[in-house]
Ligand binder design. Structure first.
Ligand SMILES: [Fe+2]
Ligand SMILES: [Fe+2]
Length: 256
């Protein structure tokens, strides 16, 4: 009897301590995995921020070549994001578009000054040179596996395509034009019209909306135009907020 009791106790004790050991081991593994997961996410966030940082600096460089202060490209990003959300697109796409849209004219880096900064009308040859900026932009940004750069390349290549197929560089029409570029084209058009240029004063929001609706189904996707017009108050208020307090480079990175 004694032997069998001792045997039972002897069997039970190692099993219990083995269980405790296994549980402790498992808990350690779970904690290690959690820590690794956190580190991996932090690293991914850092990489994403680095991509955005590089893109932001590149778009600043492009903007310096143009006749603007740099706030235009920031506004284009936020307006495109808001418009994408208003069209029912997901938050991930909208946010990516906010960061990609400012790059639409990066190809102007490759356009010579005598064309880019010419005060008067361009000759047909100069126009042909100027119209290469979407392809140059796509070349600068393209052939990347980074989703942000891929979307930025798509926007840069297609932002001068027109809904009616008479745009450039490929003469795409309708839905063949990526939605990203259809959204950025409308945001760019409205934002550019409502800012002062060296050759003209800013148009009022009402004038810009008239000009936008005149291009409905011609230059621009009717659905995007309708959405912009329906939400114009909100969009112009967003634009004014950015103008009143333009986010710094670091703030833009934090929001990426
Ligand atoms: Fe452009
Ligand atoms: Fe622009």
């Amino acid at each position: 009897m004694i032997a069998s009791t001792a045997c039972a106790a002897g069997k039970g004790a190692p099993e219990n301590s083995y269980d405790e050991f296994a549980i402790a081991q498992m808990e350690r593994i779970v904690l290690d995995l959690k820590a690794m997961y956190r580190e991996r996410n932090d690293a991914l966030r850092e990489v994403t921020r680095a991509h955005h940082d590089a893109l932001l600096r590149l778009s600043r460089a492009a903007e310096y070549r143009d006749d603007d202060t740099g706030v235009h490209i920031v506004r284009i990003g936020f307006l495109s994001e808001a418009l994408a959300l208003m069209l029912g697109e997901g938050k991930t796409f909208a946010r990516l578009l906010r960061n990609a849209a400012p790059m639409h004219d990066v190809g102007k880096i490759g356009i010579p000054d005598h064309v880019l900064k010419k005060p008067g009308a361009l000759t047909p040859d100069e126009r042909a040179v100027m119209n290469r900026h979407p392809e140059i932009g796509a070349e600068i940004l393209g052939r990347s596996r980074i989703p942000l750069f891929q979307l930025a390349a798509e926007v840069a290549l297609c932002h001068h395509e027109r809904w009616d197929g008479t745009g450039y560089p490929r003469g795409l029409a309708g839905d063949a034009i990526p939605l990203s570029a259809r959204i950025v084209a409308v945001a760019d058009f409205c934002d550019a019209l409502t800012m002062d240029r060296c050759y003209r004063d800013a148009f009022t929001p009402a004038q810009a909306l008239d000009m936008l609706s005149a291009q409905r189904g011609k230059a621009f996707d009717p659905r995007v135009v309708d959405r912009f017009i329906a939400k114009a108050d909100e969009l112009f208020a967003l634009r004014a907020r950015i103008d009143a307090a333009p986010p710094s480079h670091d703030e833009l990175l934090m929001a990426a």
